[in-house]
Design a protein around this ligand. Structure first.
Ligand code: SAH
Ligand code: SF4
Ligand code: F3S
Length: 455
């Protein structure tokens, strides 16, 4: 029988994990910290102080991928300065897509691990320490991975991410995700609930349910008996949980139950990130999106019916192959029609191995630049107007951090606006009611009226 107390404590080792890309990568990075904690690894603030540096990478656009190599170069200098006494791991979607290529291009990298294999990190680190050859694991088994993750989370704060669904079977013609994350998979309903309970017990007040297509969540069975709506209803019953959000959804996976939940579940925030990508049906077809501009707008109307104050966000791609001026105008019209509270917009980036990268009529860079500029100006105007419309109103803010300035704290409104509130640190971890006194393009400011709910 082993006596836990008699075991010598593991020596402390510094761990630095850097996340790029989407929120799923942020979640994965947090889970890597959880997995490595029993080995004695503790997060450190600066990469120079780390024994292990993990770069959790993103492959979505060319720029994101290139950033990894410049970052490896920077970390290599730190490693060299320590006489090589540092391990460098490349994780995430670039690891999956480029695999052994990474170690060829950057031999300083000790190990490469894909997004579905990071639960093998302890074993991979041990192998890398033996320096007996290439250490690479890009195996795909999301089920194994989630089963291996500890229920205990190290550092969750007041607003936490929780991955419920991974992978994608949609194969939009521009996108690498189905190749880097693998097939669509939903975690079993009860396991997700267990993790939500553990978060609530840790003091988490807001849960952000994550998935590449989070509304395709089916509870781990194919008949979608327990979809995302059902999951949200269950999580809302957990005592500590005051706010629930989910991201990112696909227009084709919306179901009535989820829409109804927006009218019924008080904890479900009045905000929906539903990417449309383009307002032109011709472009949407070439993108293999399987929805039209009209069907997208009809979906938004259904949400407005059950929750009239709901705020919408989206992703856009400009300059997809074959996009004409007229197609781009249709995107601008759609934006005018919806009136978004915020949005992400990108120039189309050719990704190796995706169908769109081989399409004729690629769009010139200067045309993409001009379209992005015009679209972003409109989106910024809408965001600014949305923020300005809050002035004079009361809103509730979940305060998650101290502000940059003294006497100021930071949090989010129900509509996911960034909010700066006058007040001291004692407000962190509380939901407070504020009066909005000012607004900028990116954020709003306000004065507390009272503490609404306590942690
Ligand atoms: N699963 C989500 C988003 C995944 S990627 C969805 O289906 O909406 C996040 C965003 O990156 C996408 O919504 C898209 O706008 C953008 N994106 C993906 N591939 C891209 C590419 N090749 N070039 C430019 N933007 C891209
Ligand atoms: Fe990529 Fe499309 Fe899947 Fe979203 S739905 S992850 S854009 S392939
Ligand atoms: Fe990037 Fe992979 Fe997320 S490519 S956007 S980190 S799924």
């Amino acid at each position: 029988m082993t006596n836990e107390n008699s075991q010598s404590p593991k020596p402390k080792k510094g761990l630095f994990v850097q996340s790029y890309g989407c929120q799923m990568n942020v979640y994965d990075s947090e889970r890597m910290v959880d997995i490595l904690a029993p080995l004695g690894y503790r997060p450190v603030e600066n990469s120079e102080d780390a024994d292990l540096v993990v770069l959790n990478t993103c492959h979505i656009r060319e720029k994101a991928t290139e950033k990894v190599y410049s970052e490896i170069g920077r970390i290599k200098q730190q490693k060299d300065a320590k006489g090589g006494d540092m391990m460098i791991a490349v994780a995430g979607c670039v690891a999956q897509a480029e695999g052994a290529q990474i170690m060829k291009r950057a031999p300083t990298v000790d190990l490469v691990v894909g997004p579905q294999a990071y639960h093998h990190l302890p074993e991979l680190i041990a192998r890398a320490a033996r320096k007996s050859g290439e250490v690479l694991d890009t195996s795909f088994d999301a089920i194994d991975k989630f089963d291996a993750l500890p229920i205990k989370r190290e550092n969750t704060g007041y607003s936490a991410f929780l991955s419920v669904q991974e992978g994608c079977d949609k194969f939009c013609s521009f996108c690498v995700v189905p190749y880097t994350r693998g097939a669509e998979y939903s975690r079993p309903f009860d396991k997700v609930l267990d993790e939500a309970k553990a978060l609530a017990d840790n003091g988490v007040m807001e849960i952000n349910l994550l998935g590449q297509n989070v509304n395709a969540y089916n509870g781990g069975d194919d008949i979608k008996k327990h979809g995302l709506g059902a999951l949200i209803r269950e999580i809302s019953k957990l005592p500590n949980i005051k706010r629930i959000r989910y991201t990112t959804s696909h227009p084709c996976d919306m179901d009535e139950d989820l829409i109804m939940a927006h009218g019924e579940v008080e904890e479900l925030m009045p905000y929906l990130h539903l990417p449309v990508q383009s307002g032109s049906d011709k472009v949407l077809k070439a993108m293999n999106r399987k929805h039209t501009a009209k069907s997208y707008l009809e979906t938004l109307d259904k949400f407005r019916k059950v929750r009239p104050d709901i705020a919408f966000a989206s992703d856009f791609i400009v300059g997809f192959p074959g996009e004409s001026d007229e197609d781009f105008r249709e995107t601008m019209q759609l934006v005018e029609e919806v009136n978004y509270s915020s949005a992400f917009s990108f120039k189309y980036s050719r990704r190796p191995g995706t169908p769109a990268s081989g399409m004729m009529r690629q769009i010139a860079e200067d045309v993409k630049d001009a379209r992005l500029y015009e679209l972003q100006a409109l989106l910024a105007k809408q965001q600014g107007e949305f923020n300005a419309s809050s002035i004079g109103k009361n809103t509730k803010v979940l305060v998650t951090n101290k502000g940059k300035r003294e006497g100021q704290v930071f949090g989010k409104s129900p509509f996911l606006q960034s909010v700066f509130v006058s007040g001291g640190e004692e407000l962190v971890g509380k939901i407070i009611e504020i009066k909005v006194t000012g607004a900028g393009q990116q954020s709003i400011v306000g004065e507390p009226i009272g503490v609404f709910e306590n942690a």
